[in-house]
Design a protein around this ligand. Structure first.
Ligand code: PEP
Ligand code: MN
Length: 359
C-alpha cells in the first residue's frame, strides 16, 4: 500500500501519517521526490495475514489513512515486490560509490551519466591485474572488476585466489584510485569481502541464495545483483527485495544474459530487460555484455546497444592476454579492443544526452 501525500503537504502531516502507521503495527517508508512525497507501507494490513497489497486491505484502515490531513490518496501496490518497485518509490535511486580517481571523490550510479567498470574476469597474478587496471583506467574506466572467489560450473575449473585476490585488488585500488567490484559467494565471506571491496557482486548462480541476500542486506555496501541466468525479471526484483528489506538500499541490478534455446551465444543478452527494469523499478541497472554474449567480438555491439537502451554502467571483461586467461578468455576484450570501444561508447552516450564519468 502507498500513501500519496498532497503536493503541498507539510512535515507535520507526514510525521502524523508515519505515527499513525506505527500505531497500527505497520512501517512507513518515506520517499520524498521533487514533485511528491509518498509513503510506502509495509507490514500486515489484511486480516488474511498477507503482506500489504497482496491480500485484501482492512477497509477501515485505508479509509482512515485517506482521511488524514495532507493525504491525497491511498494506492495498492500491484507487484509482489514492494521496496524495489517504482510504484512504491517513483524517483530513480542513485548509488554513490567512493572513487578516488574522479573529481569529488565519488561516482553516482543511476544518475545522469554512465560509468565504466572493467578488468579481468578473474584475478590471476599481480602483473595481470595491474596491467589490466592501468590500461582500463587510462581508457576511462573508474571501477575495477576482478573475481577473487569464482563460481565455476565445473569443480575442476579455477576457483580464484580467495583473500590473496582481494589483497591484489586493494593494491590496484591504491595504485590507480579506482573503486573495486568483486563477487562474494557465501554469507560467511561477506564481512571479509566488505573490507576490501567498494561494491559487492552477487553472481547469477547466487541470485536466489537467500541467506547471502539477507547477509548482504544487513550491510550498507553497494551491491550489484546479477540476474539469475534463468530468472524472470519479477524473480530478479524479488531477489533485490530481499536485500532492500534487510535495510541495504544500495542495490544495483545487472543484466548479464539469460538461457534460451539459442546456442550461437553463451547467453542471450536481454537488452529489453534494461528499459523493462527501469519501468518496473527505481533501482539503477547495469549491463554485462561479456557474460551476456561469451564472445569478444559481440561485446562491443552489445555495449553500445546497452547504452542506447539506458544502462547506467557497463561491466566488461578485459585481459592483457585473453588467450592465456584462466577463465572467460573467449569473452575478454584485449586492451586494444577496449581502447577502441571507449570512444564509441562515449559517442552513443552523447547521442542520448549522457556522458561517461571518466575523471
Ligand atoms: C563474472 O562476472 O565473471 C561472473 C561469473 O558473472 P556471472 O555471475 O554473471 O556469471
Ligand atoms: Mn567472467
Amino acid at each position: 500500500m502507498i500513501v500519496v501525500m498532497k503536493a503541498h503537504s507539510n512535515n507535520e502531516e507526514i510525521q502524523h501519517v508515519l505515527k499513525f502507521l506505527q500505531n497500527h503495527g505497520l512501517s512507513g517508508h518515506l520517499s520524498q521526490g521533487v514533485e511528491r512525497t509518498v509513503i510506502g507501507v509495509l507490514g500486515q494490513t489484511s486480516n488474511a495475514g498477507l503482506p500489504s497489497g497482496i491480500g485484501g486491505i482492512t477497509p477501515g484502515l485505508e479509509d482512515s489513512l485517506e482521511g488524514l490531513p495532507g493525504v491525497d490518496n491511498v494506492l495498492r501496490v500491484s507487484k509482489p515486490y514492494k521496496l524495489a518497485s517504482r510504484e512504491f518509490h517513483p524517483e530513480n535511486t542513485t548509488v554513490e560509490v567512493p572513487v578516488a580517481c574522479v573529481d569529488g571523490g565519488s561516482v553516482t550510479i543511476g544518475g545522469k551519466d554512465v560509468v565504466m567498470m572493467a578488468g579481468p574476469c578473474t584475478v590471476e597474478t599481480e602483473t595481470q591485474l595491474m596491467t589490466a587496471a592501468e590500461a582500463v583506467r587510462k581508457a576511462g574506466a573508474v571501477i575495477l572488476r576482478g573475481g577473487a572467489f569464482k563460481p565455476s560450473t565445473s569443480p575442476y575449473g579455477f576457483r580464484g585466489l580467495g583473500e590473496k585476490g582481494l589483497q591484489l585488488l586493494a593494491k590496484a585500488r591504491n595504485e590507480f584510485g579506482m573503486a573495486v567490484i568483486t563477487e562474494v559467494m557465501t554469507p560467511s565471506d561477506v564481512a571479509m569481502v566488505c573490507e576490501y571491496a567498494d561494491i559487492l557482486q552477487i553472481g547469477t548462480r547466487n541470485m536466489q541464495n537467500y541467506m547471502l541476500l539477507d547477509e548482504i542486506g544487513r550491510t550498507n555496501k553497494p551491491v550489484v545483483l546479477k540476474r539469475g541466468m534463468s530468472a524472470t525479471i519479477e524473480e530478479w526484483l524479488l531477489a533485490a527485495e530481499y536485500v532492500l528489506s534487510q535495510g541495504n538500499k544500495n542495490v544495483i541490478l545487472c543484466e548479464r544474459g539469460i538461457r534460451t534455446f539459442e546456442k550461437a551465444t553463451r547467453n542471450t543478452m536481454d537488452i529489453s530487460a534494461i528499459p523493462v527494469a527501469k519501468t518496473l523499478s527505481h533501482l539503477p541497472i547495469i549491463s554485462d555484455p561479456s557474460q551476456g554474449t561469451g564472445h569478444r567480438h559481440l561485446v562491443g555491439p552489445m555495449t553500445l546497444a546497452s547504452i542506447a537502451a539506458g544502462t547506467d554502467a557497463l561491466l566488461i571483461e578485459v585481459h592483457p592476454n585473453p588467450d592465456e586467461a584462466l577463465k572467460d578468455g573467449a569473452q575478454s576484450l584485449t586492451i586494444q579492443q577496449f581502447n577502441e570501444l571507449m570512444p564509441q561508447a562515449q559517442a552513443v552516450a552523447h547521442a542520448i544526452g549522457r556522458d561517461f564519468i571518466t575523471r
